[in-house]
Write a new protein. Structure first.
Length: 284
């Protein structure tokens, strides 16, 4: 009872000092119990779904090859080093969602018009092929390794070019400060039981997918939102400081996460502009 009372008192005092910290009692595998503070980097319940269709169009088109190369290096780095999965990989959440929609379509569950149904099924065949192509290019180690060199050589010609260059520079700087750090490194959940009882896994809201403007967008988001809304908590980056011994100062550092998610927001806007044919603020 004394432990419970002291824990409640310390927790209340900690809230007055820093309400972003949570006080917990943590049990180690050897049954040792330690007091700890937890700081969570909130992702804002945002779906960070990054479309790869703009990358495919740039890589296979007759346009700006330098822009295509820089975007490839950015997305390859995020995939290989940062740890963001691609929807054409096995056992990835969005791969299963696409597969479920395709199966439901084949069974006549979405579209009554047979011509529209055939169009959708043909569309799936297309994104399988093109999605596999982007996955292969994004998995090439050289594409990620030359991020810094491509950033140094790239000359932005318009608004979107310059925005991508600024984004690439931030990512290259992040790599220098945190070499080979993955966003998944800091993802934690309190324990296995809570996780099984309804945590949204990081890969469920952080992933490369096909496109935000194709015919599957509405069905995809409806399916995802319907499923994720059933969960009671979300897996997010956590920083834990243990007090099994005297701590001289707070050690919670979320600099990597803050900078990375800022880059992801900016990249999302850039990919949106590319998908909607907007360059330098104008429709093309």
């Amino acid at each position: 009872m004394n432990i419970v009372a002291d824990f409640g008192r310390i927790k209340a005092e900690l809230t007055l000092v820093d309400d972003s910290l949570e006080l917990i009692l943590n049990r180690y595998e050897d049954s040792k119990v330690s007091l700890a503070t937890v700081k969570t980097f909130g992702t804002g319940n945002t779906l960070f779904y990054l479309p790869v269709a703009p990358l495919y169009d740039l890589l296979t088109g007759e346009g700006n090859k330098a822009l295509a190369g820089l975007l490839l290096s950015v997305m390859a780095y995020l995939h290989q080093i940062t740890g963001i999965p691609h929807f054409r990989e096995d056992y990835v959440y969005l791969e299963s969602i696409y597969a479920m929609i395709e199966e439901y379509t084949a069974d006549g569950g979405y579209w009554e018009d047979k011509d529209e149904e055939k169009y959708i099924l043909d569309h799936f065949e297309m994104i399988h092929v093109k999605g596999d192509y982007t996955l292969k290019r994004m998995s090439d180690k050289k594409a990620a390794d030359c991020l810094g060199k491509r950033t140094e050589r790239f000359k932005g010609r318009n608004g979107t070019d310059k925005e991508l260059l600024a984004c690439a520079k931030k990512l290259a700087a992040l790599h220098i400060d945190y070499p080979y750090r993955s966003v998944m490194d800091g993802m934690q959940t309190p324990n296995e039981t809570d996780y099984d009882d309804g945590y949204i896994r990081a890969e469920q809201y952080l992933c490369f997918y096909w496109s935000s403007v194709d015919c599957l967008q509405d069905q995809l988001l409806e399916t995802v939102n319907a499923e994720l809304n059933e969960y009671g908590a979300i897996e997010e980056p956590l920083s834990i400081q243990y007090f099994d011994r005297v701590q001289e100062m707070p050690l919670h550092d979320m600099d990597y996460e803050r900078r990375l998610f800022e880059i992801l927001h900016e990249l999302s806007d850039i990919l949106y502009d590319l998908e909607h044919g907007k360059l330098n603020g104008k429709d093309q």
